[in-house]
Design a protein around this ligand. Structure first.
Ligand code: SF4
Length: 313
């Protein structure tokens, strides 16, 4: 069986599969976890860190996105390394330097043992095209935002098996959607597993999920094309680029309002005032901490936001 490699944030999955490895996005186990770590800032990294230290994650090695993303992950990733987990550190360039990213991809390939199956590039490119078509379905009110989010969030690791994942994409229900307002969800994904369903319960149709869309938007079929594409990974670069990308998507998807999800003890929370300055939409900022069903307070705020958007439309 292929080695399973934990990843702490976006690492080009097409390259990992081409190297004969199976990526596992360690974040994807967090929203369904019942763990409550005692030593934590952000619960996302603390929970996967504890799972690695306790042997609760079946991975052979770990790739930590150390540059251009999350310093909590950098520290908790080093705790995993100190416990004996073989660990590699991957850096995105803040300035979008393609040559730098290409050198990072070369180092990653060496850590993974070399490229073995170039066919994985086109297979995963086809899956991403399918994912973008699915994303368009919800924009056109032909699929539920919650169903589409569940599928798109797995594009970071293709759920461990691209063939089975392709069938999962085909099985996402196609159905006419009724709603009162169209909203975008920006920021890191909610740690509450039922967030989208809860928003839908108040008539909010989520037509844009910022981070999962990055998983679909980027790709490539060689080290050069991967470097040219992934250098634009918006969460790792200047905020002005990210704001521009979000503005384009909000317009294209005809949203009525924006929900900015923030995570307790996450540096991205500081971005809220920048979004409020540059996004000309009603914005609701919410914050989560531990994985659990949506809280009553969150429900009240979503309901009030839905009512306000309904009055404005
Ligand atoms: S929510 Fe923020 S602090 Fe937590 S893992 Fe994500 S980027 Fe890091």
């Amino acid at each position: 069986m292929n080695d399973t490699i934990g990843i702490t944030a976006l690492v080009p999955p097409e390259l990992m599969y081409a190297c004969g490895k199976r990526p596992l996005d360690v974040n994807n186990v967090v929203p369904v976890s019942s763990s409550s770590p005692s030593n934590k800032l952000c619960a996302w990294t603390a929970i996967w860190r504890d799972m690695i230290l306790n042997g609760g994650l079946d991975i052979d090695s770990l790739v930590v996105v150390a540059g251009g993303d999350c310093h909590n992950a950098l520290v908790d990733g080093q705790k995993a390394e100190l416990s004996g987990m073989p660990t590699h550190y991957f850096f995105y360039p803040f300035d979008g330097d393609t040559d730098y990213l290409r050198s990072q991809l070369e180092k990653l390939v060496r850590f993974l043992g070399g490229i073995q199956d170039e066919r994985m590039f086109s297979l995963i490119s086809d899956l991403k095209a399918k994912g973008r078509a699915l994303d368009e379905l919800r924009v056109n009110d032909r699929a539920r935002g919650s169903d589409v989010f569940s599928a798109l969030i797995s594009f970071s690791d293709l759920a461990g098996n691209p063939d089975i994942f392709g069938k999962t994409l085909d099985s996402v229900p196609r159905t006419d959607i009724r709603y009162s307002s169209r909203v975008a969800l920006i920021g890191v994904p909610p740690i509450y597993p039922d967030f989208h369903e809860t928003a839908e319960g108040f008539g909010l149709h989520v037509v844009y999920d910022e981070l999962p869309y990055e998983f679909l938007r980027l790709g490539g079929s060689s080290l050069d094309s991967l470097a040219s594409s992934y250098r634009d990974y918006s969460f790792a670069g200047p905020l002005k680029n990210r704001v521009r990308l979000i503005q384009d998507e909000l317009l294209r998807r005809r949203v009525d309002g924006v929900i900015h999800y923030t995570q307790y003890a996450c540096h991205h929370t500081l971005e809220d005032e920048i979004f409020r300055q540059h996004l000309d939409y009603p914005i609701l900022t919410v914050q989560g901490d531990l994985p659990r069903p949506s809280t009553e307070q969150l429900k009240l705020r979503l309901e009030a936001f839905a009512e306000m958007l309904g009055v404005m439309s």
